[in-house]
Ligand binder design. Sequence first.
Ligand code: BG6
Length: 493
Amino acid sequence: MTAQIIAVEPFDLVVFGGTGDLARRKLMPALYHRDSDQQLAPETRIIGVSRGDLNRQAYGQLIEAALHEHLPDADIEPERLARFLDRVDHVAVDATGETGWRELAAALADGEDRVRVFYLATAPGLFGAICERIANFGLNSRKARVVLEKPIGHDLASARAINDAVGRVFAEEQIFRIDHYLGKETVQNLMVLRFANSLFEPLWHRSVIDHVQITVAETIGVEGRGGYYDKSGALRDMVQNHILQLLCLVAMEPPTSLSADAVRDEKLKVLNSLKRITGSDIPQKTVRGQYRAGASSGGPVPSYLEEIEASNPSQTETFVVVKAEVENWRWAGVPFYLRTGKRLPARASEIVIQFRHIPHSIFPANANQITPNRLVVRLQPDEGVKLLLTTKDPGPGGMRLRTAPLNLSFAETFKTRYPDAYERLLMDVVRGNPTLFMRRDEVEAAWSWIEPILDGWAEQGEQPKAYTAGTWGPSAAIALIERDGRTWYEEAA
Ligand code: BG6
C-alpha cells in the first residue's frame, strides 16, 4: 500500500510549552516524521516557546535529544534531521506576563499571510492569558488558529470559562480542541467500517446488538504526571474525552457527509442522549479503583500513592467502570460498558460489539453452547477487526460447534507504519480541517454528563476500591457487568 503525501502550505507553528513533555514526546517527533515525508514546505518554521533562556542552538539540541529518545534509531536520518532542526527556533516568553512577546512578534513578523498555528501545550489555566496576549500583541493574524490540549477544564464551569476566554480572541472555526484518540488510524477506521460497508449498518441496532464494551487498558502508571493526575483521575483523564468520543463514533447516526459539522452534530446528539447517572445509580453503574503495589510488565511496581509520593491518602481513581446508556430509538436498552485503568495486565484498547443470542437453536444440546457473535475493533496495539462466528468443529464425532474469528489484522494486511495520531492532527490544523477536533458544545456536553458522577462520588463518599497493580481492577468491576448477566470480553480481560 502506498500512503499518499499531500504537501501542506508553508506555516509557522508556535508551541507554548515548547520544552514540555508533550512537545518532546509527541509534537516534535510527529513534525519530524511529516518533514521526513516531505510534507512540510521549505519555509515552514517551528518556534518553541517556554520561560527558559534557550538560544536556537540549545533548543535544537534539546529537540534532537527528544527525537533520539522517542523515535526508533532507524527513523532518524542525519540529512533529514539537519533539515528539521534548521526549522526550529526558540523564544523565551512569559505566558502570563509581558516579557518575550515582542520578540515572538518579531520572530513571526514576515509571516503575516501564512497559516499561523498557536499550539497551547501548557496547563489549561494559562490558555486564557496566552490568548489575551496573542491578541494584545497583534498576533491573531488572518490565518491564525489555536490548538488546545486536553484537559479543557476539570468540570463544566471551568471548561466554559476556558472556552469563553479563548473565544474572546479566536472564532470557533479557528479553535482546534485536540482529542488525540480521534487522530488514531483505527479510530478513524470506525467511521469507515460503519459507513463504507453495507454489512454492518442494518445490524447496528438494539434489535440485534445486546451491549457494547469499550475498554482502554494501560499497563503504565502515572509516569511522573502525579501532580496533574491526582487532581484529575481516570474519569476526567480518559472517559470525559477519549472514551466518550469512541462511544460517539459507535453510537452516532450516519452523518450526511464527512464535513466537520455534519460529524460533530451527530456526536453531539449522542452526548445529549446519555442518561444522567445520579443518586442510587452511582454505586450501581460506576466503579472506582486505585492500584496498590503489584506487578506489571514483568516487574514489581509501587502503589499509586507511592508513585505520586503522596504524604496523605488520595481519593483519586486510577481505574473506572461506567455503565452508560444512550436514550434514543437505536440504542434504548443497550448498555455501553466503559472501562479504563492504569497498571492493568495488558495495554489493550478495544471496542466490543456483542450481538444478541440466536432466538432458537436447532442443534443438539451436546453440540456445545452457541456463543453470540462479537465484533471486536482493536484500536491498539495489534490494530484490526475481528468478527467472532460460530462454526462447526471440523471432523467426525457429531455436530459440535465452536467459535472462530474472521480476523483482519491491519499490520499483516497493509504492512505499513501507523503514523502517530499527532501527525495527522497537526496537518489537519494546518489545512484548517476541524472534523477530528472537538467543538465547544461537544466538550461541554461531555462535562455535563460527567459532572453528576463526580458530584455523586463526592456526596456519597464513594472511595476508590483497591486493586493490585497488574490485575483487571477491583472485583466490583466484574460484579457490575455480571449483575446484568454479562461478562467482560476475555481477550482484553
Ligand atoms: C492521555 C492521558 O490523554 O492519554 C494519559 O492523559 C493516557 O493518562 C494517554 O496515558 C493514553 O494515550 P494512548 O495514545 O497511549 O492510548
